[in-house]
Design a protein around this ligand. Structure first.
Ligand code: GDP
Ligand code: IMO
Ligand code: MG
Length: 421
């Protein structure tokens, strides 16, 4: 079984980019399977921070192949910007980055539709990144999409115009002003650039690699609580962010999956609207945001912060079949006197460990309180060196999830990573 999956267990931004980059030396291929430019995956090394949106987080390792799978939605304008930004630090990009011809395109008009739909929602808005994700996936599922492979067709412009016309008809029903030309110029330049890359049937390519015993790391985007089926619908993204999404988003069989790495922050964050039972609307929440630099990697929006939520974590572990847990950002809570973990919810006077269906349910979290740790842990490189109070915190999580925590991230740099034997 040569394919491992790494995915987020919370509401995104768990540190996927950092950890995929840190684990890349152990793999031959890194592949994104869903989402699109709504993702912002940060990684740091040599004192430089990079943020990736569409390109897999293995790109900085010169000997690795990176694949954008069929489950991803690609905005050529964002793709071009990202490639331009990488040109100075990454060589032979077009040889090492391979794109599925089945990946759907985000058109300029998808971004406009995204904004028009959000505006119409008023105070029930999702808090979308407005990158065109929802409308692009909608067109995919309703069989109205354009795919990356279509840009190689002679009649591509005709196809584009035909899609644009449909979108303009929809937009007539919205009182929404927009300037399409603003997006179109960069988009068409991006299409030109995309044509310079290898656009292939990546499902054949990946399965061939698997047959040749190559090791593949599938990199999730967003998080399980933003999954379109199992997240806090409708306050979710439009793709399957879960382990099953790696199979449909890359064209691989569940039989090929080995480890499923579930990544979570030692607390919780969420950007955008929707339920967040352990949210801290107080000084502690502000402290987490400031020390943890909890501002969106894609939109710069402040992230909502709160305590670790075990009912949500256990739900995610169940849906994904997580085999190992990776914990990030415990260093942010160094110096906290008390730290809390939510172990269950009280809903309508009843205690439960399950996620409710109803987004409007009034949830009262039940907490267990822990002693904090004083030490700055960012310099630690061995699990045995971590403070006793943090080990107790980790043991509690392992006991209440039944899954071992085998990686602890203690800072944003790729070196600030403890792998537990
Ligand atoms: P992703 O979307 O899951 O890749 O996560 P983001 O990159 O959006 O957000 C995670 C943020 O936390 C980034 O700024 C990372 O550089 C940073 N980060 C990742 N792991 C750690 C960690 O263990 N400690 C600290 N302090 N920061 C971290
Ligand atoms: P990474 O991969 C955090 C959130 C948005 C919004 C909802 C729908 O960096 O973890 P969309 O743009 O998909 O229509 O937004 O999902 N969201 C994310 N939140 N991290 C992300 O990606 C996200 N991608 C989307 O804020 O609430
Ligand atoms: Mg992110």
């Amino acid at each position: 079984m040569n394919i491992d999956i790494l995915l987020g267990l919370q509401w995104g931004d768990e540190g996927k980019g950092k950890i995929v980059d840190a684990l890349s030396p152990g793999y031959d291929v890194i592949a994104r399977f869903q989402g699109g430019p709504n993702a912002g995956h940060s990684l740091e090394f040599n004192d430089i921070k990079h943020v990736l949106h569409l390109i897999p987080s293995g790109i900085f390792h010169p000997d690795k192949i990176n694949i954008i799978g069929n489950g991803v939605v690609i905005d050529p304008a964002v793709f071009m910007q990202e490639i331009e930004g990488l040109k100075t630090s990454v060589s032979e990009l077009s040889k090492r980055l391979i794109i599925s011809n089945r990946a759907n395109l985000i058109l300029p008009s998808h971004r406009i539709l995204d904004a028009a739909y959000e505006l119409q929602k008023g105070n029930t808005k999702i808090g979308s990144t407005l990158k065109g994700i929802g409308p692009a996936y909608t067109d995919k599922v309703s069989r109205n999409g354009l795919r990356v492979g279509d840009i190689l067709r002679k009649d591509f412009m005709k196809l584009y115009e035909c899609h644009l016309k449909k979108h303009m008809t929809i937009l007539k029903n919205y009182d929404f002003r927009f300037d399409l030309s603003e997006y179109e110029k960069g988009w068409f330049e991006g299409v030109e650039m995309l044509r310079e890359f290898q656009i292939i049937t990546t499902e054949y390519y990946i399965n061939q690699l698997v047959s040749n015993n190559k090791k593949i790391l599938a990199e999730g985007a967003q998080g399980t609580m933003l999954d379109v089926d199992f997240g806090t619908y409708p306050f979710v993204t439009s793709s399957n962010t879960i382990s099953a999404g790696a199979c449909t988003g890359l064209g691989i069989s569940p039989r090929q999956i080995g480890e499923i790495f579930g990544i979570f922050k030692a607390y919780c964050t969420r950007v955008g609207s929707g339920p967040f039972p352990t949210e801290l609307d107080d000084d502690t929440g502000d402290t987490l945001r400031n020390i943890g630099r909890e501002f969106g990697s894609t939109t710069g929006r402040p992230r909502r912060c709160g305590w670790l939520d075990l009912p949500a974590l256990n739900y995610s572990i169940m849906i994904n079949g997580v085999t190992r847990l990776f914990m990030t950002k415990a260093d942010v809570m160094s110096g906290f006197k008390k730290i809390k973990i939510c172990t269950s919810y009280i809903i309508d006077g009843r205690e439960t460990g399950e996620m409710p269906f109803d987004n409007n349910a009034k949830i009262e979290p039940v907490y267990t309180e822990f002693q904090g740790w004083e030490d700055n842990i960012s310099g630690k490189r061995k699990f045995s060196e971590l403070p006793g109070a943090l080990k107790i915190f980790i043991e509690f999580i392992e006991q209440h999830t039944g899954v071992p925590v085998t990686l602890v991230s203690v800072g944003p740099d790729r070196e600030e990573t403890i792998i537990r034997n």
